[in-house]
Every structure is written in structure tokens, then in C-alpha cells.
Design a binder for this molecule. Structure first.
Ligand code: OSB
Ligand code: MG
Length: 368
């Protein structure tokens, strides 16, 4: 196949409610969409999950635009691509910038699946027809507000509740949640807010029978996490620390985690995500699919990936309506009793809604 035209769009969408993590608050979500067209006018779609600020990782939507415009698009436009797996291979000379690479690769995967007339899930080798989903809840002003939100989402059927924690919003909050919801599948995500010196505090979380604690320590660390995991009963799950198959292999060998959160953008695409998935499966490490507050387009990629067989824990792929008044796809992603039915149509299986996309486009540029 050949990509003969690329459209980059800078998007800005207001979230229904602000989302607060240990590193900052999101309200207006800015990101890039990448549409790749082939000779026959078929379009594949990708989304960059880089944020407007470099606070989750070093990338931003502007660094992604630069990498795409000046390197990735010139490298791949009008070049023969026999299989989407070749994209990451051809871009491997570029260090990191995984979210930029992933935006292009995701569009190529969608295009490839459409050309084959199969769903993206099937193209990846996924078999699940329904996937389990959980929900991630940001830091709130008061515990009472948080408990109310948890109750709503439990009633909606979400299969597990993840709450964001940070110093000063951790042990007491988790204790209150457990008191009110003794049986819910519960976990905490610290987004790197702690240091190994906080070990005594983190150990107190063992009391609450959490499924896992996600990324407690530094975003580039796998050494201190290994020390921490030896001391904790609660499984450690790594998010920010895993950028590649090699990172996953080393973290597993060191015992830095018992679970891995796979985010397609963080690891540079679907091909690398699948390699990490396969490695984890061999090593007995369960995985689940993380989220980056994506629009429906990124969400559709996440859903397809989650159909692989070692995605055995609920992901952060909540319904469109959890984030947006109106999403960019038709139909929107819906969650029924904590499950998403995986679409069977070719490619992403959700149709990008061009009118809505236009409404939220700040700027766009075409490359051919
Ligand atoms: O660490 O998983 C994370 C949101 C923004 C940045 C990082 C994270 C998150 C979430 C929300 O937890 C996941 C989602 O609902 O998309
Ligand atoms: Mg996380």
C-alpha cells in the first residue's frame, strides 16, 4: 500500500468535567488527528495522545507536529508499505517521539484493515467480541464528591474503579472508599507522585486489597519500583516507565511490576503494543489497556488492541459520553454493564464524523 496524502488536524475539545491527576488538570483537550489516504481515496485514521504540555511525558502536540511534518511524513509518504509492521521498523532510526510515530502507524493500521475488509481487531489477531472496561476518576475537591462519583460509575456497571492519588490524597481517601465499597474492584494511580522514601506510606495501601497500584514512583524508573514491589503485597503496575518491548523485558526481569498498562502512543504504536502483549503473555504478566482521555478515534484503536488474549483486566476505555458532549465518531462508544461490544466492520469500526471533526479543528494542513 501507499499513503498518497496525509491530513494533520490540531483539535481542541472541551471535556464535560475537568480531570485532575497528580501532575495537572485537563479541561480543554488538545491533540492531533492524522488522516492517511491511499491511491483509491480510502482513509485511515490515527490520533496522537500527546498533550499540550509535556507533563505526562516529554512529547507535546507541537513536538508531534514537528516530528510528523519534518521526518515521519516525508519518510513514508508515497513509499510502498507492505504491512503496517514496517512503519515502526522504518521509523526506528528516530529516537523516542513514540506518540508522533504512533499517530501515523495507527492510521496505516486502520487503512490496512480497511483494504483487507476486516476489523482492526481481527487484523491485529484479536479474538474477543466483548471487552471489559473500568473507569479512571480524577482527584476531587472532597472525599464526599469522590464517593458520589464512584457510586454513579459502579451503578453504571463499570468493572473496576481507578482513582488518582497524590501525597495528601491517598491512604485516608482509599480507606473511605473501601469502607463504602467493600467489594468493588479498586486500584490507585499515582502518576509518579512518590519517591522510594515514601515506602511506609505506600505500604499502608496494602490494607485495602487493591488490584494494583499504578506508577507510584518516577516516570523513568524501574529500579526503585523493583525495591518497592518486593516490600508491597499490592501488585505494582507500570505505565509511564514502559516505552518499549525492551523496557517491558527489563522491568519483568527486575521484578519492577506484576502488571503492565499498555498505551499504544506511549510505546510507539500497535505493532510494539502487540509485541509487549505477547512478551507479557509468555512471562505470565497480565496487561490492560490504558487511556489518555482520547477522542473516539484513539479509543477505537484501544478497543481493537484490547481484543488480544492477554488483556485480562478491565481497561480505561470508558464510554464516549464519560468525556464528551459529542464525540468524533459514529456510532459513539457505548458501555453496557461494563462491557464494550467490539465492532465487526472493516477498520476501526466507527465512522469518523467529518462535520463534528470540522467543528473542533483549530488548524489543519495537508501533505501530498
Ligand atoms: O495515567 O492513565 C493515566 C489520563 C491522563 C493522563 C494519564 C492517565 C490518565 C487516566 C485517564 O488515567 C484514562 C482515560 O480515561 O482515558
Ligand atoms: Mg496511569
Amino acid at each position: 500500500m501507499k499513503v498518497t496524502e496525509v491530513l494533520l488536524r490540531h483539535m481542541k475539545m472541551r471535556m464535560k468535567a475537568p480531570f485532575t491527576t497528580s501532575f495537572g488538570t485537563f479541561q480543554d483537550k488538545e491533540f492531533l488527528l492524522l488522516e492517511a489516504k491511499d491511491e483509491n481515496g480510502l482513509s485511515g485514521w490515527g490520533e496522537s495522545v500527546a498533550f499540550h504540555s509535556p507533563w505526562y511525558n516529554e512529547e507535546t502536540l507541537k513536538t508531534n507536529w514537528h516530528m510528523l511534518e519534518d521526518f515521519i511524513i516525508p519518510d513514508l509518504l508515497n513509499k510502498e508499505i507492505r504491512h503496517p509492521d514496517e512503519v515502526s521498523e522504518k521509523l526506528s532510526y528516530i529516537r523516542k517521539n513514540n506518540m508522533a510515530k504512533s499517530a501515523f502507524e495507527g492510521a496505516v493500521w486502520d487503512l490496512y484493515a480497511k483494504q483487507q475488509g476486516i476489523s482492526l481487531a481481527k487484523a491485529l489477531g484479536g479474538t474477543a467480541s466483548n471487552i471489559e472496561v473500568g473507569i479512571s476518576i480524577g482527584i476531587q475537591d472532597t472525599v464526599a464528591v469522590l464517593l458520589k462519583l464512584i457510586e454513579e460509575h459502579v451503578n453504571e456497571g463499570y468493572k473496576r474503579i481507578k482513582v488518582k492519588i497524590k501525597p495528601g490524597w491517598d491512604v485516608d481517601v482509599m480507606r473511605e472508599i473501601r469502607k463504602h465499597f467493600p467489594d468493588v474492584q479498586l486500584m490507585a494511580d499515582a502518576n509518579s507522585a512518590y519517591r522510594l522514601e515514601d515506602i511506609e506510606l505506600l505500604k499502608q495501601l496494602d490494607e485495602f486489597d487493591l488490584m494494583m497500584i499504578e506508577q507510584p514512583l518516577a516516570s523513568d524508573d524501574i529500579i526503585d519500583h523493583a525495591t518497592l514491589q518486593r516490600e508491597l503485597k499490592t501488585p505494582v503496575c507500570l505505565d509511564e516507565s514502559i516505552h518499549s518491548y525492551e523496557d517491558a523485558r527489563k522491568a519483568i526481569e527486575l521484578g519492577s511490576c506484576k502488571i503492565i498498562n499498555i498505551k499504544i502512543g506511549r510505546v510507539g504504536g500497535l505493532t510494539e503494543s502487540r509485541r509487549i502483549h505477547d512478551l507479557c503473555q509468555e512471562r505470565g504478566i497480565p496487561v490492560w489497556c490504558g487511556g489518555m482521555l482520547e477522542s473516539g478515534i484513539g479509543r477505537a484503536h484501544n478497543i481493537a488492541l484490547t481484543t488480544l488474549s492477554n488483556f485480562v483486566m478491565p481497561g480505561d476505555t470508558a464510554a464516549s459520553s464519560r468525556y464528551w458532549e459529542k464525540d468524533l465518531i459514529k456510532p459513539e462508544v457505548t458501555v453496557d454493564n461494563g462491557m464494550i461490544r467490539v465492532p465487526e466492520k472493516a477498520g476501526l469500526g466507527y465512522e469518523p464524523d467529518l462535520e463534528t471533526i470540522k467543528q473542533f479543528t483549530v488548524s489543519e494542513k495537508s501533505y501530498s
